[in-house]
Design a protein around this ligand. Structure first.
Ligand SMILES: NC(=O)c1ccc[n+]([C@@H]2O[C@H](COP(=O)([O-])OP(=O)(O)OC[C@H]3O[C@@H](n4cnc5c(N)ncnc54)[C@H](O)[C@@H]3O)[C@@H](O)[C@H]2O)c1
Length: 349
């Protein structure tokens, strides 16, 4: 490959999420007289391969040699290259008919799990399960309104007729609405807490006996940056998501000795129907301004974190909340305007 071709080459951007491939990938690295160019190309090719350390990050050739080297990029032994990582596992994913939950369900199924798609939207849940089956995976829909505590308990009591156990529980379903603090009705408050907090608690309690018996289990709660930082109009939502983070730690410390891990994810602004319905495109620029990466998160990026927590590799990780937020939670006095940096310098999505 000529130097120009190499510099023009696009990094592989799709299909390289952690766990999304088996075997080896190769990056072409030009190592000539300009080490900066080589660095740049390494970054362009390898920066996108999340979670995979390079076994051989740099090959140093005499600077006079104008050549191309094939860099062998391999996952560490036994790491997330296993396309059957969750083979034989049974996963229950709530809110899996749409957005983040749908992506997590698809990704788990792709890695071999049998997925129970829980959602109140029956047709969408059936469609999601069918889509997974058509792609060669295993999935079934369970239509359930998570606002109804008694319905949850009935459904979980009957779940054994369809699934022998639940190995992985992803408490993803959630609802959001924004109101000024003095306009939050008791009904809105109760519904938000019922779906975002009480349902995860009940589902967790329901799957625990089976997980304890087998001394293995993974529970992942999808919280939000709003559970860590207050947000305008998010009295009910933010409170429910903060409590979900607290609940994650509560369960985690009592379940560690049973081989069960419990972790939470705090996504930033994710491009899903939820965020589009909530604010519409007119508010998008406000979000993008306060996010250091200046773009929406993709459902796939949240799913990658969920699949990590659900994996064998995360066996000693529990009680944690991971921000998948483009740097939002890390930022305090975040003022791009301070240096008059034009928006064009922001990295592309
Ligand atoms: N989209 C974001 O920007 C964002 C940011 C942070 C956190 N989150 C969290 O991620 C999770 C998923 O959000 P999303 O953006 O994918 O939303 P979404 O609206 O695209 O999907 C949510 C799914 O949950 C289901 N659901 C809602 N209420 C339910 C109920 N009572 N019973 C059963 N199913 C129910 C819906 O039918 C839908 O399929 C939520 O917990 C949300 O709070 C989202």
């Amino acid at each position: 490959m000529a130097r120009q071709q190499l510099q023009d080459a696009q990094p592989p951007s799709q299909g390289l999420r952690a766990g999304g491939f088996a075997g080896r990938w190769f990056g072409c690295v030009h190592l000539g007289e300009n080490p900066q160019t080589a660095d740049h190309i390494v970054d362009r090719f390898c920066g996108r391969i999340q979670g995979f350390p390079l076994t051989q990050p740099r090959v140093v050739l005499p600077t006079s040699v104008h050549s191309i080297h094939i860099l062998d990029i391999q996952p560490h032994k036994g790491e997330m290259d296993n396309p059957n990582q969750h083979g034989g596992r049974i996963a229950l994913v709530t809110g899996a008919a749409s957005g983040i939950g749908l992506q997590i369900a698809q990704d788990l199924a792709q890695q071999g799990a049998t997925v129970c798609i829980v959602d109140r939207n029956g047709p969408a849940a059936e469609q999601a399960a069918q889509g997974i089956r058509q792609a060669g995976g295993q999935a079934e829909a369970l239509v359930l309104d998570l606002a109804d505590a008694e319905a949850i308990q009935r459904a979980m009591a009957a779940l054994g007729q369809r699934f022998p156990r639940v190995d992985i529980l992803i408490n993803n379903a959630g609802v959001v609405s924004t109101q000024p603090h003095d306009q939050v009705s008791l009904a809105q408050w109760n519904t938000t807490l019922a779906i975002n907090l009480t349902a995860p608690m009940l589902l967790t309690q329901a799957v625990l006996p089976g997980m304890k018996r087998q001394r293995w289990g993974r529970i992942v709660n999808v919280s939000s940056i709003s559970g860590v930082r207050a947000g305008t109009g998010r009295l009910a939502y933010g409170s429910s998501k903060a409590a979900l983070i607290a609940m994650t730690a509560q369960f985690a410390i009592e379940l560690g000795e049973h081989g069960i891990t419990v972790n939470a994810i705090a996504p930033g602004f994710v491009d899903t129907p939820m965020i589009r319905t909530l604010h519409g495109s007119s508010k998008a620029s406000t979000y993008l301004d306060v996010c250091p990466m200046h773009r929406f998160c993709s459902p796939a990026e949240v799913s990658a974190a969920a699949l990590f927590f659900a994996s064998e590799q995360a066996s000693f990780v529990t009680g944690q909340t991971l921000g998948v937020d483009g740097g939002y939670l890390a930022s305090g006095l975040y003022m791009r305007q301070l240096f008059d940096i034009p928006a064009a310098t922001a990295p592309a999505a």
